[in-house]
Design a protein around this ligand. Structure first.
Ligand code: GDP
Length: 292
């Protein structure tokens, strides 16, 4: 979060210097907003719409009596950023049946395996019994990685070290871990090619009929997060997105905005490598923190 907060702190400082809002000041603030959003890797069309909306509001609405102009500017910026990052409602993650099957997808290196364990830990702390299944047959290290993470947090685990058929592993995982409240199924992030990867996750989806499909995206891809989500969406519904590595890049702002535009809901953000470093994503709280 530091990189993104630092990026916005310049903009906030500029606004705090404003004594009254004339056209020149407004233009300068608009330019600073654009610079900030572009540096955060927000897609250009969203930056344009955002700035136009904010400028229009500031021109047309008068600050309520007694509110200093700078506070009014911050307020408009806050409101518009909340919209950009996904709107009012914090998205909830609520298992509604037992076992609640969660399918985790994402390209290799996105932080998918780590996020499986983080999500399991998050749910276990809230009283759910969580099982984990590894179906990656392409990268054998994934099996050991998730098994070790499962052991560390004390979650039942199913996987087949030398397994060849991801769909069968998923099926057997569901059969073997019947007693849990939530079952998290991790999938491969790399395959012979992208098409093969997407076909495989679709086949697992068809076989286990998950209650929630979660796509894990690395914040450092910034606005390209939308293209990643859309590629998966062609094959299966994406209910939830988790954006990882928000701690290490300012581009996470762009990733959040780009994903919000696809209509998928960001429910969590990853803010570190540790298994505890997963936060529910609440646009209001997030933007409030961003603006200091
Ligand atoms: P996978 O290939 O998608 O399963 O990715 P991994 O779970 O193996 O994660 C790839 C790398 O990203 C590892 O070094 C993780 O520790 C790291 N990582 C995952 N999530 C986060 C996060 O939120 N913040 C940071 N800084 N690193 C993360």
């Amino acid at each position: 979060m530091k990189a993104l907060t630092e990026l916005f702190s310049k903009l906030v400082e500029k606004i705090r210097d404003v004594e009254y809002i004339d056209e020149a000041t407004l233009q300068e603030i608009a330019r600073e907003i654009q610079r900030t959003l572009l540096k955060a890797d927000v897609p250009l069309d969203l930056v344009k719409t955002f700035t136009d909306n904010a400028v229009k509001r500031i021109r047309e609405e008068k600050p309520p009596a007694g509110i200093p102009p700078r506070e009014y500017l911050i307020y408009v910026l806050y409101e518009e950023l909340v919209k950009l990052m996904g709107g009012e409602q914090p998205a909830e993650f609520k298992p509604t049946k037992k076992p609640y099957i969660v399918l985790l997808l994402g390209v290799e290196g996105s932080g998918k395996t780590t996020t499986s364990a983080k999500l399991a830990r998050y749910l276990m702390k809230r009283g759910y019994k969580v099982g984990m299944v590894e179906t990656d047959t392409i990268r054998p290290a994934a099996f050991d990685q998730l098994r070790q993470l499962a052991e560390k947090i004390g979650a039942p685990f199913y996987g087949e070290r030398d397994g060849k058929d991801a769909v069968e592993i998923a099926r057997r995982g569901v059969a073997n871990l019947k007693g849990v409240d939530v079952l998290i199924i991790d999938t491969a992030g790399r395959h012979r090619n992208e098409e093969a990867l997407l076909q495989e996750v679709k086949a697992i989806y068809d076989a286990v009929n998950p209650d929630e499909v979660v796509l894990v995206v690395d914040a450092t891809v910034g606005k390209l997060a939308a293209a990643q989500a859309e590629a998966f969406m062609k094959y299966l519904p994406i209910h939830t997105v988790i954006i990882t590595k928000m701690d290490s890049t300012a581009r996470g702002g762009g990733a959040l905005a780009a994903v919000a535009k696809t209509g998928a809901r960001v429910k969590f953000i990853g803010v570190g490598e540790d298994v505890e470093e997963l936060e529910p994503f609440n646009p209001r709280k997030f933007v409030a923190r961003l603006l200091g």
